[in-house]
Design a protein around this ligand. Structure first.
Ligand code: V47
Length: 439
């Protein structure tokens, strides 16, 4: 199906080719992501190119049309609108204007436009499980309610067998990802992490192991007396498939001194991410917002990530993380509001023009806000999660996991088309059996 003439290719991301031309208020997007039917049959779909979701019964739209025109009374948003339509990169000043503007619907329109240009109606999710192997941590970050001193009440460290058993608890063949992070435990040798990963790979060869933040990698290099590159190479050899985006917090030194003064600094975080990408490991990136940072700090953080992504193209997904103050030394701070959560998603989508995906992590912002975010720039709501600890220790009232069916419902009721992905955003094709056993 081809709407309009004179189509020009505009490049794309990770299997998504963006093509289109302009007619007023319309942009046409042709999706060429492989679908389940293609994978099963090794053929194109009946339409000639694939426009199916890998979820049986759901079809992705090939062309997404912004039906209502852009409207705003805020003069600062007009030039930003023009840049977005022309696919021009936004500047630091543009990003600051977005943060200070109050017209959330106009900002959302712009972010949604970009999101639809990149992904059409598709909204991604996965079936995953979190494994937090220890909460013992030397860092004592003020932002954190999860970490404990070794002898403190509630401190735990999983023996390797316990960690493997945790992975097996409630495991079904539907699970495609283990998300593995923990505290910085001075007594665990580097070999523990290698064995943890190789043991998981041996037991669950088909599950993607997304493990260890850049902060953990830096810590392993200290205890293993080797370089972060060597650490990453050894972990990769043991079975590590990619890295999550945590630990980035806010790169500004001023803010890091307040919220996480014993953690590696922003430059080190970025350098380790660069190294991971150089050796062929994809990663995500996060930003913790809603504490003592200001708009300039947020913009600085986003621009540093964008600059690194220009160099490496190794980031898959950006996840803005709303600060949960409860049970942390910063519990006097207020929680983020819905407006800020939505604006953060939208600004992220608009500024991070080279990031394929923006995730609204439902655990953090609630399933309801994650659902609404799918119309404010997000294209991903994370996964089933199962047993989240970091946010729940910080007072999150969300459930510890959602069923696959719940995620599909959230997405479809947002008017989006659910697309079950693996960690690398390839379609997950389910047979009737694997759907039945899915969590
Ligand atoms: O690094 C810790 C943050 C992160 C609090 O890559 C807090 O797919 C808010 O990185 N309030 C861990 N945030 C979570 C994380 C993540 C989550 C989902 C998906 C992915 C991904 C990554 O949580 C930590 C820190 O930045 N954090 N304490 C708190 N009190």
């Amino acid at each position: 199906m081809q709407l309009g003439g004179g189509t020009t290719s505009r490049g794309g991301f990770a299997g998504v080719e963006l093509t289109g031309d302009y007619i007023p208020f319309f942009r046409l997007v042709k999706m060429v992501v492989g679908c389940g039917q293609q994978r099963f049959r090794g053929l194109h779909c009946a339409e000639g190119i694939c426009n199916h979701s890998p979820i049986v019964g759901y079809h992705r739209t090939m062309a997404t049309v912004s039906v209502h025109p852009f409207q705003t009374d805020d003069a600062r948003l007009r030039p930003i609108h023009d840049k977005v339509m022309a696919q021009e990169r936004l500047s630091a000043d543009d990003a600051l204007s977005l943060y200070s503007a109050g017209d959330i619907l106009a900002i959302g329109w712009l972010a949604n436009h970009v999101r639809e240009r990149m992904h059409g109606d598709t909204a991604y999710f996965n079936v995953n499980r979190h494994i937090n192997y220890t909460n013992v941590c030397v860092a004592a970050c003020r932002l954190c309610a999860f970490g404990r001193k070794k002898d403190a009440p509630g401190a735990y460290t999983m023996a390797l067998q316990e960690a493997w058993d945790t992975a097996a608890t409630g495991y079904t063949e539907a699970v495609t990802e283990f998300h593995i992070v923990g505290g910085l435990h001075v007594d665990l040798p580097f070999q523990y992490y290698l064995d943890l990963i190789s043991g998981l790979k041996e037991r669950f060869p088909q599950v993607h192991l997304k493990a260890f933040t850049m902060v953990e990698i830096a810590f392993f290099s200290r205890i293993g007396k080797t370089t972060p590159r060597e650490v990453l190479l050894k972990l990769k050899e043991a079975g590590l498939d990619s890295l999550p985006g945590g630990g980035a917090e806010i790169f500004s030194d001023r803010v890091r001194h307040i919220i996480c003064d014993h953690k590696i600094d922003g430059d080190d975080w970025l350098e380790i991410a660069r190294t991971a990408h150089e050796i062929g490991l994809k990663s995500n990136a996060t930003m913790l917002y809603g504490h003592v940072e200001n708009d300039e700090d947020r913009v600085d953080h986003l621009l540093k990530l964008r600059a690194l992504q220009d160099d490496t193209r190794g980031f898959q997904t950006f996840i803005p993380l709303a600060f949960h103050p409860e049970n942390t030394p910063l519990q006097h701070l207020p929680k983020t509001t819905g407006m800020l959560d939505l604006k953060q998603i939208a600004v992220s989508r608009l500024v991070l023009d080279n990031f394929p995906h923006i995730k609204s992590y439902w655990q953090m912002v609630t399933p309801k806000m994650a659902q609404i975010s799918l119309r404010f720039g997000a294209d991903d709501i994370d996964g089933t999660v199962v047993e989240e600890k970091i946010y729940h220790d910080a007072g999150a009232t969300t459930p510890q996991g959602l069923r696959r069916q719940d995620l599909i419902r959230l997405i479809t009721e947002a008017g989006r088309v659910p697309f079950e992905r693996d960690t690398l955003y390839r379609p997950v094709v389910r047979t009737e059996t694997t759907v039945t056993v899915a969590v």
